[in-house]
Design a protein around this ligand. Sequence first.
Ligand code: OOG
Ligand code: NI
Length: 471
Amino acid sequence: MANAAFVSTDTIRSLFTEAMSQMYRTEVPQYGTLIELVADVNAEVLAYNPETKTQLERLGELDRINVERHGAIRLGTASELHTMRRLFAVMGMQSVGYYDLSVAGVPVHSTCFRPIDEAALNINPFRVFTSLLRLELIEDAGLRAEAEAILARRNIFTKRAVDLIEMFERDGGLSEKDAEEFVSEALETFRWHGEATVSAETYKRLHDAHRLIADVVSFKGPHINHLTPRTLDIDAVQKRMPERGITPKAVIEGPPRRTCDILLRQTSFKALEEAIAFVGDEGANVGTHSARFGEIEQRGVALTAKGRALYDDLLASVRGEVQVGAGGGKARDYDSQLAEQFRDFPDSWEELRAKDLAFFRYSATDAGKQAALRGGLKAEVNELLAKGLLRFDPIVYEDFLPVSAAGIFQSNLGTDQQQNYATLSNRDAFEDALGAKVQDELELYAGTQAASLAAALADLGLSDVPQKSVA
Ligand code: OOG
Ligand code: NI
């Protein structure tokens, strides 16, 4: 399959990420300001914390920090999702995780398209939170049928993009020239269009059913609605955003600030109220729509199922006690409750590992490799660690969090719009539309951990370690 004339999917993903970032900078100027602020803060963190820098370097993660982004799109039909999966495959991205947001009053279900193997992640971990509208959750049957008919008329992919996807699937790759053309054709799908495909009156009815429905149904394509850089200190960026004219949402989603970062912390800001030309007889049919926003994220260690259950419990107890209002009322109470509750979550790497709460990457140390030459080591993980012959480092969480995602959706749709849908999660329907199974993120992390341990033990001249001695 690997043909020398083909460029790698990693290269195509990097080209695409760069092109998308450039496009978004011109479309949403505040995004450019945010990128500069995040780059400044990241440079400061690395300058003042040499250990952080050394660790990122050792893990091969340093180079990815400043190219790291995630984006989000919202699709309208099963066939759009199906083709989107094929499009992302050209860039080495696969569907990981199923997120049901209907429980939070957002009528979509979603997945993350991202690279899955470690080498690809370290080159460029670009991910796209991709949602599919669930029209079956619209109560009004007439409006539902109308939305379906509107969506059925649009084609969000250029003909050439589809040709190039087919060429990739048939030949197993793309040449450099075809890859460049693919990137510019694929970009068209994510571009903003100021002209709606519906009248102002239809837009209003869709909007009244749910703002998100209007956003998905009224336009020519699934405009990228944000691109999120990764920061090494989200509290510093949040604090400094107003200095650069950006007003962030009241609270940071996810876990509190800790010594050992876990999962994902995120905060967003409203970016734009855009002028829209609606379809109408006369030219003066203009209005506005807010779709696009900015966001930053900080990533920590991936949690095991046990760690995740503890995280979900602690977070639910905080959210049960303090509800942050639309205007940010109670934000301080929320932050202090969050810090208080999360005291129950161990905050040292040793404890996180010993209690099987997080995933780690094992490696043989230099001392270990020396000792291996002399021979006679025992395959006892805890003992090897204690003797400094084996070491472990956190595996980065590469996915999203449904409660946080709902918070991001809500803050950009207007926090007042809380609606509850019957909580019928429908993963099967999602996978049918996708045309593939959604991969289980926990299995991916467990696989990375197990492979790193096997390789580390092999480096120490050991193999066949019993599974129970890992934790
Ligand atoms: C996606 C919101 C979720 C995140 O980072 O959790 C998200 C959307 O608004 O379409 O991007
Ligand atoms: Ni996001």
